[in-house]
Design a protein. Structure first.
Ligand SMILES: [Ca+2]
Length: 208
């Protein structure tokens, strides 16, 4: 018990001291005008305690997990903006594939735990396929771990995005080893994706 309390305290200190800012790219809007998105209220944590691989063995129903991260978070970021979030582009392993669950590595920001987050599944043309909203604390723990979010089955025939809009309430893990160019900062209005070239969001898709 004493050891567990000590670990929680260390995480809290690191989160507060590592607040930072990040600027994402220029994006053309629908009229072709270049817009600049500066995410000044993006904060991060450094999670030096996570090193082990966390790929889970899946059951015998033929389920597969699509992962573009290595299972260890070197950093994590929270975006305190309403319509800006984290997204990963997934390619189904087979032509007909059913998305069943989403897994996110991260932790709930204890100061904003009653904020509503949104999980959105977008198709390859940024059309909304599914949306789930709930209090962040209802799904995410206050220490970093994998959170599994069950969703209704969605049949996929093409690439799709998993988007998390957390409004400052969740630090999403970022794996900096071998970026797979699958991670984006997603903007809802106007819809857009800004590629993240330095890390992989730790967001995974499970299906069959
Ligand atoms: Ca890593």
């Amino acid at each position: 018990m004493r050891k567990k309390l000590a670990i929680v305290a260390v995480i809290a200190v690191i989160m507060v001291s590592a607040a930072g800012a990040i600027t994402v790219a220029n994006m053309p809007d629908a009229q072709g005008n270049v817009q600049r998105y500066e995410i000044s209220n993006m904060s991060c944590f450094y999670d030096s305690m996570i090193a082990q691989s966390t790929v889970s063995s899946l059951d015998a129903d033929g389920e597969k997990e699509i992962a573009y991260d290595d299972g260890s978070a070197e950093q994590g970021f929270s975006i305190d903006l309403f319509d800006v979030g984290h997204a990963v582009l997934f390619t189904p392993p087979t032509k007909l594939w059913t998305l069943k669950r989403v897994r996110v590595y991260g932790l709930c920001n204890v100061n904003l735990s009653n904020v509503i987050f949104a999980l959105e599944i977008w198709d390859n043309d940024s059309n909304l396929l599914y949306k789930l909203t709930d209090y962040s604390i209802a799904y995410f723990n206050t220490t970093s771990e994998w959170t599994e979010i069950d969703i209704p089955d969605i049949n996929m025939t093409d690439d799709f995005y998993v988007c998390i809009f957390e409004r400052g309430s969740i630090y999403v893990g970022a794996d900096t080893g071998n970026p797979k160019m699958r991670s984006y900062v997603v903007i809802r209005d106007p819809k857009g994706m800004v590629s993240e070239e330095g890390f992989n969001w730790m967001i995974r898709a499970v299906g069959a």
